[in-house]
Write a protein that binds this ligand. Structure first.
Ligand code: ZN
Length: 478
């Protein structure tokens, strides 16, 4: 008589079962091969895991989650691993497996009549953009990591980027999703309907859930007409209070063609010029504040340059905008964008940084910039305030770099004090402590501090409803 044994649990039994079900080629166990999946690209977070499993289909993702549930092993879903809050890295316990979506990288369909693209979670964002472009259409999500981040991660974190003002965040680009639930069941929600008013919009629950509610395996995304005319300009401002006026004037003069409206303070531009080879200051003298503006229209000959000039002429005269450079060619526009896009890299090269991804109502952004700098500097005198980001969205990356003469450890030890200073001000201005990078592991405490208890409790109940055993991305967000 065979003795009655409980089903084997724990990581070892799970690895055996995964190997049998998916084949050894889907599993990484060698520490050197696993290393890139266990640390983030900035080197801030390093975790441990017994295995990295890379399923090649939705059915295989389902198998992984079913087996993990049965074995009682927690799972950390991972896309391109470019996140900034540690949300795709396992903790140091070594008890979680990493589920990489990198092999699920097919563009399933581009439909030019429906204006949709159906992609698997492991597609690199730039490949989604390219597939749309080859069909003569635009997928507008655009951000610095687009060459390596994967769309599943963009969806799981509701990524923002530089075209949110015009096209919205990632969640605004989603029509339908395919999701594998914690127990392995597949939710087939790949609908491509613009209108579908039939109950809770489940897809939106998973967008921005940071892998805590289910694993997104595919998505139907919205496409747009390809811009035929694009104009780029860099404006110099004396006072950020004038930026709102410029934005309003540009939106009304161009028929709402403002795609990007990005802010940079002098320190951030200076860092990009000093630290990154090839960047050139387009102005002959320094200015305190800059706006990088992009206008675009799907109509050829939309007259955007004329509109830009007509808006700028009076503002240049009355001194709101003190100088302006209008790009005369594609390469000139790219050179302007490069300054903006290399700021994070320049900041990294310049030493340790404390990063705050905050937003306030657009009307209060100048006040945030004005009061936020001294509030942070009171905690670390002499530090460099590096402020840049998406002014048009009310979202600024309001960062601090270590001052000369202060060691990295001493500077980083001021982190909580600086965060307290800036987040309290943001709260006073009715803003958010996490505008686009998400919560991950690093901002969990702030969720309970700055969100109403009722809101957090509702999130916890949703988590329990969809992942009752708590196997998905433990320690992230909630
Ligand atoms: Zn950003």
């Amino acid at each position: 008589m065979s003795e009655l044994r409980p089903r084997p649990t724990g990581p070892d039994a799970l690895i055996d079962a995964l190997e049998t079900a998916l084949g050894a080629a889907a599993l990484l166990r060698d520490p050197a091969e696993m290393a890139p999946y266990l640390a983030d690209q900035r080197g801030w977070f390093t975790g441990r895991a017994p295995v990295v499993v890379s399923p090649a289909s939705t059915a295989e993702v389902s198998t992984v989650l079913r087996l993990a549930s049965e074995a009682g092993v927690t799972v950390v879903p991972q896309g391109g691993n470019t996140g900034l809050v540690g949300g795709s890295i396992p903790d140091e316990s070594g008890g979680s497996i990493v589920l990489s979506l990198r092999r699920m990288n097919r563009v399933r369909e581009v439909d030019p009549v429906d204006f949709t693209i159906t992609v698997e979670a492991g597609c690199v964002l730039a490949e989604v953009q390219t597939a749309a472009r080859e069909a003569g259409l635009l997928f507008p999500l655009s951000l610095a990591a687009e060459g390596s981040c994967r769309i599943g991660g963009n969806l799981a974190t509701n990524a923002g980027g530089t075209a949110v003002l015009r096209y919205g965040n990632t969640r605004d680009l989603v029509l339908g999703l395919e999701v594998v639930l914690a127990d392995g069941r597949i939710w087939e929600g790949l609908r491509r309907l613009r209108k579908d008013n039939t109950g809770y919009k489940l897809a939106q629950l998973f967008v921005g859930s940071e892998g805590t509610l289910g694993v997104i395996t595919a998505a139907v995304l919205r496409l747009f007409p390809m811009p035929r005319e694009v104009r780029t300009a860099l404006l110099a401002l004396r006072d950020p209070r004038d930026a709102g006026v410029v934005l309003e004037a540009l939106r009304s003069a161009t028929g709402d063609a403002v795609t990007s409206f990005e802010y940079m303070n002098r320190a951030s531009v200076e860092l990009a010029l000093e630290q990154v080879a090839g960047n050139v200051d387009p102005f002959d003298r320094p200015h305190d504040h800059y706006l990088l503006v992009e206008l675009s229209s799907a109509r050829q000959g939309a007259g955007l340059l004329e509109a830009l000039e007509s808006v700028l002429a009076p503002i240049l005269e009355d001194g709101g905008v003190v100088d302006a450079v209008l790009a005369q060619s594609g390469p000139q526009a790219e050179a302007l964008w490069r300054i903006r896009e290399t700021i994070p890299e320049a900041q990294r090269l310049a030493g340790a940084g404390l990063k705050h991804d905050v937003s306030v109502p657009l009307s209060r952004l100048p006040e945030l910039l004005e009061r936020g700098a001294p509030a942070m500097l009171a905690e670390v005198p002499g530090a460099l305030v590096v402020a840049f980001g998406h002014f048009g969205d009310g979202n600024v990356h309001f960062n601090l770099n270590q001052p000369p003469g202060m060691g990295r450890a001493a500077f980083m030890a001021r982190r909580e004090a600086v965060e307290h200073a800036i987040y309290e001000l943001v709260a006073e201005l009715e803003g958010s402590f996490g505008a686009e990078h998400g919560i991950g592991r690093v901002k969990r405490a702030y969720l309970t501090r700055y969100r109403p208890a009722v809101e957090v409790e509702a999130m916890r109940r949703l988590k329990r409803a969809l992942d009752p055993a708590g196997i998905l991305n433990p320690g992230v967000m909630l």
